[in-house]
Design a protein around this ligand. Structure first.
Ligand code: ADP
Length: 249
């Protein structure tokens, strides 16, 4: 815990149980995690392992039953929903599987909205939007509605929206999960490009091949971190069984 101030994100002892119709589900059962600036971490594991729940906890979209989260060294224990919403806008970009764009707002407005909400001037928001969409290869579609774009294009707009406030942390939950192989390659290439420029990324995916784009892979199994490995030459930091990460689609 002593190093938490230097981390973009630090979590200790996270526990989350969902109470559904079929009884309690222990989705996250005690997770400690530190994310250093500039890391590209993939959290992988089978469906139902608790990956999305973990991401929801890390972004304040759900509250843990136990445990604490620090963002840039700041403890979030006392943050309620409203505070999380404000802090998320500045500090965390989030991309989901189904894009979550506002369907009755244009592409331009979807990207500019979080910037305006965070207090950016309209002029600055527009220039940020133009820059990001050009960078992401969405040209001449600013006035289109999201439904008029392909899945891959919508996900790139979602990425622009997530990055418009230059958040220190980008969280992506199965960002290629609803895309064809071309769209998947596009999104992964863009994530890698932003990472190369220093963007800190935590990517949740059940697809171990996509996970291999990251430089650190956390295998999640049954609500716990089963393995935590650097993908370069650094030795694996094993915390349990490593049998979870099978390289298959
Ligand atoms: P993953 O992302 O690895 O597929 P999830 O975090 O989505 O895993 O789900 C973990 C477990 O928690 C699953 O058994 C899932 O059905 C359950 N779960 C997730 N969200 C809820 C919820 N809101 N209510 C009840 N159960 C849930």
């Amino acid at each position: 815990m002593s190093d938490s101030p230097t981390r973009v994100l630090h979590a200790e002892g996270l526990v989350k149980t969902h109470y559904g119709e079929s009884g309690p589900t222990h989705a996250v059962r005690g997770v400690n995690l530190s994310v250093a600036q500039g890391e590209f971490i993939a959290v992988t594991g089978p469906s139902g392992a608790g990956k999305s729940t973990l991401l929801h906890l890390l972004s304040g979209l759900q509250q843990p039953d136990h445990g604490s989260i620090w963002l840039d060294g700041q403890c979030t224990d006392t943050w309620r929903e409203g505070r999380w919403a404000v802090e998320r806008r500045k500090r965390i970009g989030i991309v989901f599987q189904f894009f979550n764009l506002v369907s009755n707002l244009s592409v331009a407005d979807n990207v500019e909205l979080p910037a305006l909400l965070a207090g950016m001037s309209p002029k600055q928001a527009r220039s940020q939007r133009e820059e990001l969409l050009a960078e992401l290869g969405i040209v001449g579609k600013d006035r289109n509605m999201p439904g008029e774009l392909s899945g891959g294009e919508q996900q790139r707009v979602a990425l622009a929206r997530a990055l418009v406030n230059h958040p220190p942390l980008l969280l992506a939950d199965e960002p290629a999960g609803s895309l064809d192989s071309k769209g998947t390659r596009e999104v992964m290439r863009l994530l890698s490009r932003f990472h190369e420029r220093g963007q800190t990324i935590v990517l949740v995916t059940h697809n171990a091949r996509l996970a291999s784009a990251a430089d650190r892979v956390i295998s999640f199994f049954d609500g716990r971190i089963a393995d935590d490995a650097q993908l370069d030459s650094a030795p694996s930091r094993k915390t349990g069984t490593s049998a979870v990460l099978e390289l298959k689609d």
